[in-house]
Design a protein around this ligand. Structure first.
Ligand SMILES: *Cc1c(COP(=O)(O)O)cnc(C)c1O
Length: 596
């Protein structure tokens, strides 16, 4: 039994007078502010009622607002067959930069008014769930992931350390485990950090190389021109990462890519040989595993062999192999698909494609670290990016620093000692984890394969029109790039000439210009809510140069490149009717721009 000892003579009821007794007088018995209370107390009483209730069964403003919010969201959505934007007012409602000239209002606002204002911000925003939306790698987030990430907003849990994350940490830890198992890594030995996007993952991957390769770099800063090697097709976040990390964009070395947009390992070997001869270390080599548009995969197993064959000079650590799989990561789900029995019943049209993608991604096992965006080919909300590393003991120890004195490690899981961010929102991890659990293997295979079936349906449809041609038939992702020519043109023959024959350069440029005008016309129709034959038109995009002509491989002629219209379907609801309608609208736009 513990006994609290007191100084002799002390009486627990003995009190000094409270110097400022008014505070108690502000409140009524029910917690409301009394009529004479100061204004701050009245505000506070109002806020107590408007913040989410901490207790069950109370009048809860959060629940009340969510109920109305659901109705308001529904009012933002178009009627069936409506446009590919939300609300009824597609036009931009602000002028930049004048819009920034705004001050905080004096009085507190009504919560309903603020939420109405938020809803208004979404007037005209792309309705990503619409089958008509196919403009870029922007998937509609799945419901499980939306709810999961919202929970992280309602109850803040910080992925700083075990104490503040508690059981919510399982979302990050188990994501890492599930993904490691997909890659063929040891899930216990691997680790992961959710971060601020593919750019964040790339930064982690680059930093991992700098830390491992350059001795003492964390204290002295980067004092050696260590190289960051990636292919010509690598994402531009290479610049973001090298710039912000201080290694410098000039230290990026580009490896040529081949016809299929994949890293040319012959050229990589030349580069490594040269660097070895000059005693220059390589910090990180990046393999892009699924480029954003062409879905090209670098031959990562061969790159691994080259790293082993050309070690860094004495005194430097071993280069890190980072796989930028943020876009195409989920093709890994086809690594172990049974292509013989084909349990999901995919068509013969797409079976060889998903097989190829799955085999390319099987090589992820060779990476030291991998970046994954659930908000790309994972159908999760922004931002849900996972940086995975194979050797957690190494990564977490070589980046270790001490936490602040106000943090006490309560358990084993404390990313605060090695993560780039300090306060770390759990929303991304909750979304990623819910996505992994919700789809399972078959759900993810079904969504990927299903959209691919739609893409190849579109591709075949394009082939059935004499005046149209698909120009990226080899690509194995969701993107279809195609050109439409004036009525009556044999698109196949015409494109062949434009691609190969310098004498057709003038035609190429003319039709490039026409492609751009059609692309802009389609955008204008979408953006202004115009209709073709009484129906809304698709939200697509176009590319001003996805490849050069055959006679312009060295890119000396900046204009001899191929423009194309682009369909990037990401939507589970896309149907054959949608794809037919897309081509109908493209024809309508062409006729409109060619109208004399
Ligand atoms: C989108 C993308 C990135 C950048 O990722 P964010 O999540 O947008 O920061 C990097 N690499 C590739 C291959 C991408 O497709």
């Amino acid at each position: 039994m513990s006994i609290v000892t007191r100084a002799a003579g002390a009486n627990s009821d003995e009190k000094r007078p409270i110097p400022h007794p008014n505070y108690e007088g502000h409140w009524n018995a029910d917690g409301s502010a009394n009529a004479h209370a100061p204004k701050w107390a009245k505000y506070r009483a109002m806020m107590v009622g408007e913040f989410p209730s901490p207790f069950r069964g109370q009048k809860d403003e959060l629940a009340h607002q969510i109920k109305h919010f659901v109705e308001k969201i529904d009012r933002l959505r178009p009627e069936i067959g409506g446009p590919a934007y939300l609300g009824t007012k597609p036009a931009l409602t602000y002028i930049y930069p004048d819009v920034k000239n705004i001050t905080v209002r004096q009085e507190m606002s009504k919560i309903d008014d603020v939420i109405d204002d938020v809803i208004e911000l979404y007037q005209g925003a792309a309705n990503i769930g619409s089958p008509l939306a196919m403009f870029n790698v922007v998937p509609q987030p799945n419901t499980a992931a939306i709810i999961a990430s919202m929970l992280g907003q309602v109850f803040p849990s910080n992925y700083l350390e075990e104490e503040t994350a508690w059981n919510v940490a399982r979302a990050e830890l188990e994501s890492g485990g599930m993904l490691a198992n997909l890659f063929g890594w040891n899930p216990i030995e691997a680790g992961c950090l959710y971060t601020y996007g593919g750019a964040g993952s790339f930064t982690y991957g680059t930093k991992y190389g700098l830390t491992r390769v350059l001795p003492n770099v964390r204290k002295t800063g980067v004092r050696t021109d260590a190289k960051i090697i990636c292919s010509q097709q690598a994402h531009y976040v290479q610049q973001t990462a090298t710039d912000w990390l201080g290694v410098g964009m000039d230290n990026i070395v580009h490896v040529r890519t081949d016809e299929a947009n994949e890293m040319d390992v012959g050229h990589l070997e030349e580069i490594l040989k040269d660097l070895t001869a000059r005693k220059i270390p390589v910090a990180t080599i990046i393999c892009t595993m699924g480029t954003t548009d062409a879905n090209a995969f670098d031959p990562i197993a061969k790159v691994r062999k080259l790293i082993d064959r050309y070690p860094n000079p004495a005194g430097f650590g071993k280069a890190i192999l980072y796989a930028d799989a943020v876009c195409g990561w989920s093709w890994i789900y086809f690594k172990d698909y049974d292509f013989e029995s084909n349990p999901l019943g995919f068509s013969n049209r797409i079976l060889p494609i998903v097989k190829r993608n799955g085999q390319a991604m099987a090589e992820l096992s060779h990476a030291d670290a991998v970046g994954i965006d659930f908000h790309k080919l994972g159908w999760a909300p922004y931002v849900s990016s996972c940086f995975m590393y194979k050797n957690a003991a190494e990564f977490e120890s070589i980046h270790r620093r001490d936490g602040g004195t106000y943090l006490q490690a309560r358990g084993a899981y404390n990313p605060m000692y090695y993560s780039l961010e300090v306060s770390r929102a759990p929303s991304g991890a909750l979304a990623g984890w819910a996505t992994l659990k919700y789809f399972g293997k078959e759900g993810m295979q079904a969504i990927l394969g299903g959209i691919l079936e739609s893409k190849y349906y579109l591709l075949d449809l394009i082939g059935s029109h004499l005046d149209m041609i698909c120009v990226n038939e080899e690509d194995s992702g969701f993107v279809t790039l195609f050109r439409v020519y004036p009525k009556g043109t044999d698109a196949k023959a015409q494109y062949k000439r434009e691609l190969n024959d310098p004498a057709s350069r003038a035609d190429l440029l003319k039709h490039n210009k026409m492609t751009e005008t059609i692309g802009n016309k389609l955008f204008k129709w979408y953006r202004e809510g115009d209709k073709v034959e009484g129906h809304y038109t698709p939200y697509m995009s176009f590319t001003t140069g996805f490849r050069t002509t055959a006679y312009n491989r060295d890119e000396k002629d900046p204009e001899a490149v191929v423009y194309a219209l682009k369909s990037f379907p990401m939507n589970v609801a896309i149907s054959p009717e949608t794809m037919k309608w897309v081509l109908h609208c493209v024809h309508a736009a062409r006729d409109e721009v060619l109208k004399p």
